[in-house]
Design a protein around this ligand. Structure first.
Ligand code: EPZ
Length: 418
């Protein structure tokens, strides 16, 4: 098991550079198999989710050449074999191979995906989308076979604006015959990044970033070069850390519009920061942060993926704050650990009520999922004494070089294997 140890109380100064977006990368890598030619994707974060997807590519006999920050994917000799359970289960985003393989070969065989335990996480909307395109879905325990004689464009209305279903349907539809329209599509920046990549390969997708996406099927996709957008959740996490213990902490390589909902909340509660063209500088904030209410929502609402780190900041605000989680049923697993560190938080149904400010004191905690782990790191950085965070593997799934980045701005943090 990996453990992160943090000696809290240090002020952080300097620059942290944001890596490529995890949630775009994890769709771009499977999307690359839709061509028979070479795709080069740069600004790819070195996180364990990327490694797990490259392992699946190798299982499918796709040539993968990984260098610092880029990956070259060549599927010219690939084989459409079953993605066995251990590979499917390594991460949630393995499900993008379902859409991509269906689009390319009209057949995909894989198992229910893994990923963070933050709720039930069904994939019914993905499957309904594939069926609307003409595929037959057979489920045997947790094994899925999705097969079609021919994929035909269709009008698909998503009951929920799901990120995964929107991308997966796009992947299957790019090579379908005719036009597919996805209504109530998710609008997250990662979806726009994936649509841009597919269009660079010759797909005809319009409307990505709005709630109606139109995909005109094409016969063939070709080689391309693509850059992953900066990770807005990683950026938001470090900005929150800056608000907690920064002293001129510059977060570089950021698209500020992607984190507007966070920035407006920070302004409301009194965090001191400056917005540049591609960076945010967090100045030292006083002790007079105000409490607030925040409700997670689909983009451009407040991202659920920042809710857990933001809760830590609210432990330092004066008065009662509320965090209302609307996307996932089980995203408050960080709260018992925060309370062990000294916070006063009560969870009632899907709302966390936080009374602040509270002094945090180091103890042993655990990362129950990726963003809960990020919340533990943020809390440990301001806690008095040495905090040990168990199950740090969860954190490494989504934050490239988190230890090195924090050390470079003055944190006392170490990664250990026990
Ligand atoms: C993506 O998950 C992200 N993961 C999540 O980030 C993120 O929290 C989430 O979008 C919301 O922004 C990846 O991109 C790999 P959804 P996804 O489909 O696509 C329900 C992180 O920490 N739903 O938009 O799985 C679902 O249960 C991770 O980086 C169905 O009911 O999320 C949820 O309540 C965690 N049926 C809601 O929709 C479906 O078929 C939104 O889920 C699909 C989803």
């Amino acid at each position: 098991m990996k453990i992160i140890e943090i000696e809290g109380g240090k002020k952080l100064t300097g620059t942290i550079r944001i890596s490529g977006a995890k949630n775009a990368t994890v769709a771009l890598i499977p999307a690359a198999i839709l061509t028979d030619e070479e795709a080069t994707i740069c600004n790819v974060p070195e996180i364990t989710d990327t490694e797990a997807l490259c392992d699946i590519l190798e299982l499918l006999k796709v040539k993968v050449n990984r260098s610092t920050e880029s990956v070259v994917i060549n599927p010219s000799e690939m084989e459409n074999v079953e993605i066995t359970e251990p590979y499917s289960k390594k991460l949630r985003a393995s499900y993008y191979f379902m859409g991509a393989l269906l689009g390319k070969y009209k057949k995909a065989v894989m198992y229910f995906p893994g990923g963070c335990s933050i709720g039930e996480r069904p994939i019914d909307l993905h499957l309904k989308g594939f069926e609307a395109l003409g595929a037959k879905v057979t489920t045997e325990k947790n094994k899925y076979t999705v097969e079609a004689e021919e994929l035909k464009g269709a009008n698909i209305y998503l009951d929920i604006a799901s990120v995964g279903a929107t991308i997966n349907i796009m992947l299957a539809a790019v090579k379908a015959k005719g036009i597919t329209v996805i209504d109530n599509a998710a609008k997250e920046p990662e979806i726009v990044n994936v649509a841009t990549f597919l269009n660079n390969m010759g797909a005809k997708i319009t409307g990505a970033g709005t709630s109606t996406i139109k995909i005109e099927g094409v016969e063939k996709l070709h080689k391309c070069f693509h850059e992953v957008i900066p990770d807005r959740i990683e950026a938001g996490t470090y900005i929150i850390i800056g608000a907690l213990c920064g002293e001129m902490l510059k977060i570089d390589n950021v698209i500020p519009e992607h984190i507007d909902p966070l920035l407006s909340k920070l302004e409301e509660i009194g965090v001191n920061f400056e917005v540049g063209r591609d960076h945010i500088t967090v100045l030292e904030s006083g002790n007079d942060l105000k409490s607030t209410t925040v409700k997670t929502a689909v983009f451009p609402g407040f991202p659920t993926d920042l809710q857990q780190p933001f809760t830590v900041l609210l432990t330092q605000a004066n008065g009662m704050s509320r965090v209302i989680e609307t996307i996932w049923e089980n995203r408050f697993m960080h709260i018992p650990y925060l309370n062990q560190l000294g916070s006063r938080i009560v969870v009632k149904n899907q709302t966390a009520e936080i009374v602040g400010p509270t002094k945090l004191t180091a103890t042993s905690v655990a990362a129950t999922d990726l963003r809960a782990g990020a919340a533990m790191v943020a809390a440990a950085l301001i806690a008095e004494g040495k905090t040990k965070i168990a199950n740090a593997e969860h954190i490494l799934r989504g934050y490239e070089q988190i230890v090195e980045k924090l050390v470079s701005v003055g944190a006392r943090i170490e990664l250990k294997e026990i």
